[in-house]
Design a binder for this molecule. Structure first.
Ligand SMILES: [Zn+2]
Length: 67
């Protein structure tokens, strides 16, 4: 049984308990999904918020889902 998979960003092994899966949706369609370790997740969210803030899209149905 494997509950450990590599982080999509840094490639380090991360257990399911610690991993975060982020899904990016545009117009209610999933366009990307990544499994991230806690470190990469923190950095990813930071970048995403910065980009969203500068673009100011705010479309309904677009955004991120974090599992
Ligand atoms: Zn990572």
């Amino acid at each position: 049984m494997s509950d450990t998979d590599p982080c999509d960003a840094c490639g380090e092994q991360v257990t399911d308990a610690l991993a975060r899966t982020v899904r990016i949706t545009v117009d209610r369609s999933e366009v990307d999904s990544q499994r991230l370790c806690p470190n990469c997740f923190a950095g990813w969210i930071e970048r995403y918020r910065t980009e969203m803030a500068s673009e100011r899209t705010g479309d309904e149905g677009s955004g991120i889902i974090v599992d």
